[in-house]
Design a protein around this ligand. Structure first.
Ligand code: NAD
Ligand code: ZN
Length: 347
């Protein structure tokens, strides 16, 4: 089968023919219907060797919708024919965080001090879904989509899930008078705007330095959109400051300015990984009761909730689709900031 593989650290991926996988034990084999491209893939590919404990070659793709084609002898054959999205966090299922339903903080997936980043799941250490077929370890990582359009379903697995978790894990700040700021209206951010709207927040202010992203934000019913946090600041402060700032860029130009628009008791949620830093302390002039969080991806029940939102017509994905063979070119377009919403590969 064809697969998009990282064969060398710091190099672009290559499309190559690899052996067809066969399910054994509790494994299931999916026909991949769609797979989304995430900016995180570029962070992984661009990293020098020795940082990630991932064996190469590695098939990329951690945002996958598919149809179960075959199952191993210890898996339930009733799954065959189901359309699903894959939860990309292949957690242990037994540690204290898994027992709490916080699979995204599974102890077995934690990086050891001074160690390499461990294998997490499909495309992130284990072979992923940028291929014609994908093997998953068990049905525990599958969420049924009941025939939802796979081009929309695939981006739910990361862009939708991460945005949802970043919001739902701050539910104490979400109500009809919430002032929310979304920085970075790309794959994740365009989902966040819709989720905030579905949750009925009072105001959504979007920030993105790309014109087409700002236009997308307004089309998704953001109240206003600005090219920078500084240009949005007057509007946000006129609303009493932000209750929650979701930073999906995480850049030096966004993280530090974001702290200046928090209202009292406001929270900065940093999701993007673009090198931004924030200085915190009791005496650095931040809003009283400030909080900073850096959530990671989302839980399996969050993924089910995201799929339910999409099934109810409250959440969709703005997508640009590519053939599997064109995935390397799609990654370059993502890197250059040319794509609105999410790039999705259809094998
Ligand atoms: P994307 O490229 O689709 O979106 C990023 C958006 O941020 C773009 O629209 C871009 O124009 C905007 N942006 C970048 N720099 C900016 C700046 N200085 N000012 C204003 N806007 C700016 O990327 P994505 O796939 O949505 O991923 C977003 C980030 O989230 C990435 O850093 C990715 O690695 C990270 N991520 C984190 C998690 C997590 O669990 N924490 C999960 C998935 C992705
Ligand atoms: Zn665990």
């Amino acid at each position: 089968m064809l697969a998009v593989q990282l064969t060398e650290w710091g190099r672009p991926p290559v499309v190559r023919e690899i052996a067809d996988p066969e399910p054994t034990g509790t494994e299931l084999l999916l026909d991949v219907d769609a797979a989304g491209l995430c900016l995180s893939d570029l962070h992984v590919m661009d990293t020098p060797s020795g940082v990630f404990d991932y064996p190469l070659p590695l098939t990329l793709g951690h945002e996958v919708a598919g149809t179960v084609r075959a199952v191993g002898p210890q898996a339930d054959p009733a799954w065959i024919g189901e359309t699903v999205v894959v939860h990309g966090i292949w957690s242990c299922g037994t540690c204290r965080n898994c027992a709490r339903g916080r699979e995204n903080y599974c102890l077995s997936l934690a990086r050891k001090p001074g160690g390499r980043n461990p294998r997490i799941g499909n495309g992130l250490g284990h072979h992923g879904g940028l291929a014609e077929r994908l093997l998953v370890p068990s049905a525990d990582v599958l969420v049924p989509t009941n025939g939802l359009d796979p081009t929309v379903a695939a981006p739910l697995a990361d862009a939708g899930l991460t945005a949802y978790h970043a919001i739902s894990s701050n539910s104490d700040l979400i109500d009809a008078s919430t002032v929310a700021v979304v920085i970075g209206v790309g794959g994740l951010g365009h989902m966040a705007i819709q989720i905030l709207r579905a949750m009925g927040v009072g105001a959504v202010i979007a920030v993105d330095n790309r014109e087409q992203a700002r236009a997308l934000a307004l089309a998704l019913k953001a109240d206003a959109s600005y090219p920078s946090v500084d240009e949005a600041a007057e509007d946000i402060r006129a609303r009493g400051g932000a209750d929650i700032v979701l930073d999906f860029a995480g850049a030096p130009a966004t993280v530090e300015p974001a702290t200046t628009v928090l209202g009292p008791g406001g929270r900065l949620v940093i999701v993007g990984t673009a090198g931004g830093r924030v200085t915190v302390g009791k005496d650095v002039g931040l809003a009283s009761g400030w909080q900073v969080r850096a959530p990671f991806w989302g839980t399996r029940s969050d993924l089910a909730a995201v799929v339910a939102l999409a099934a109810a017509g409250k959440l969709t994905a703005e997508t640009v689709t590519f053939d599997l063979r064109d995935a390397p070119e799609a990654y370059e377009q993502l890197r250059r900031g040319e794509l609105p919403g999410r790039a999705v590969v259809l094998p």
